[in-house]
Design a binder for this molecule. Sequence first.
Ligand code: CAA
Length: 413
Amino acid sequence: MKTRLDAPVGIDALAVAIPHRYLDLEDLARARDIDPAKYTQGLGAREMAVAEPGEDTVSLAASAARRALHIAQLDPRDLGLLIVGTETGVDHSKPVASFVHGLLGLPRAMRVYDTQHACYGGTAGLMTAVEWIASGAAGGRSALVICADIARYGVATAGEPTQGAGAVAMIVSSSPSILELDVGVTGASSTHVHDFWRPLGHREAQVDGHYSVECYLDAVATAYRGWRARAIARELIRADSPASEQLAALCYHVPFCKMARKAHLHVRRCDLEDAAAPWDPSTESLRAETHFRNQVEPSLHLCARIGNVYTGSLYLGLAGLLHTRGDLARRRIGLFSYGSGCTSEFFSGLIGPRASDRIAAAQLDSLLASRARISIDEYHRLMALTAPLLEPPPPGTFRFTGVDAHRRQYVAA
Ligand code: CAA
C-alpha cells in the first residue's frame, strides 16, 4: 500500500476534563506534619485534583471527548477510530472506550477499544491513530484518542502528594492544527521492571518510588538517543549541535513536576556526553537551569495544579505549554511518554499554525477557576468513598450515578 509519511498528521483539537474538587497541598502537608516546602518545592506540586464518586474514568473521558469534538467542529460520522488509554478502567472486560462510544452516540462503523501500559497507554493510542491515518488506511477519517485516569496511592503514603485525576481528549487527523507529528521519527525504550503496578482488585497503586524515578531516567536516555539518531537521519535536526537545544520546547510525562526537571537535566547530559567536544560542568549547571526554565517549565503549570493524570499527564503538559507560550507556531518540540513496567517513547512534532486558538477554545483557565477547594476531612471522606454523589452534576459533564444489575449508569448534564 502507498504510505504518506510526509503528509501532515497529528493533533487537531485537544480538550481537558478534571474533577470539580481539589486539595491544596499545603493543607495536605500540614495534616501529615510535613514541611509544605517538600511538596511545593521538593516535588513542584501546588494542588491535586480529587475525584468524587460520580467522577470516574468514564465520566472524565466522555466529558473531555465531548469538548474536543465541539472544538474541532467534527461530524462524528467522520470518525473511524476511538481509543482510550487508561490504567484505571472500570471493568475487567468492557473498555472505557465502549462506554464513551455509547454516551456520545458515536457511529457504529468504527473501531472502539482501550490501550493499557501504565501511563504510556494514551501514547500507544496516539501512535496507532497517527500511523493508521499516515498509512492511508483511515481513508480520510479522523480518530478520537482519550487519555483518562484517576491516580491513587492511598492516604499517608509517600506517593499521596502525587495523586490526581482527569482526562485529555484529542482529535487526530490529517489537518493537525495543534501538533503535526514527525511520523516514524521516535525512540522507544522498554524493560521488565517492578517500579509501579496495581494488582488486580486494588484501587491504589503499588510503587517503589525512588526506583521508579531511576527507571524513568534510564528509559528517557535510551528513548531520547533513539529519537535523536532518527531525527538526524531524516535531517530534522543537525548533528553538529546538541539536539535538545534545537527543540523549541520539551514536554515530559509528569508524575510530579520535579520529575520533568530531572528528566530534562538527564537529556542534556546525554547530549553533552555524546558530543565530541569537552564540556565544563560548572557553566553547564547554569545553562541547564536557564534551558529548563525556558523550554520545559512553561509546560508544568497545569500539572502543578492537577497532579498526576497517568496517561494524560504528558498531554496536560502539552496543553499547558501551548496555553503559556504563543510563540511556538511551526516550531519543533520534543515529547517523552513513560509507562511504568516499563515502556517509553520520545517523539517530536511541529506546532500547528492555529495551536494557540485551539488551546484558547479549551478554556483551561475557567476549568481551573470553576473548581472548589476541599478540606482535609472532605478529602479523607472522598478517599474512603463515604462522600455522597454530587448533585446536580456540573453542566457539560457526564456523571456516574450507580450500578444497576451489574451495569454502570451515567447521566449527562
Ligand atoms: N524543602 C524543600 N525540598 C524538600 C524538603 C523541604 N523541606 N524535604 C524534601 N525535599 C526534597 C528532596 O530533597 C527531594 O528532592 P530531590 O528529588 O531533588 O532530591 C524531594 O523533595 C522529594 O523528597 P524525598 O525523595 O525525600 O520524598 P519521598 O521519599 O517522600 O518520595 C517520591 C518521593 C518517591 C517521588 C514519592 O512521591 C513517590 O513514590 N511518588 C510516586 C511515584 C512516582 O511518581 N514516580 C515517578 C517515576 S514513575 C512514573 O513516572 C510513572 C507514574 O506516573 C507513576
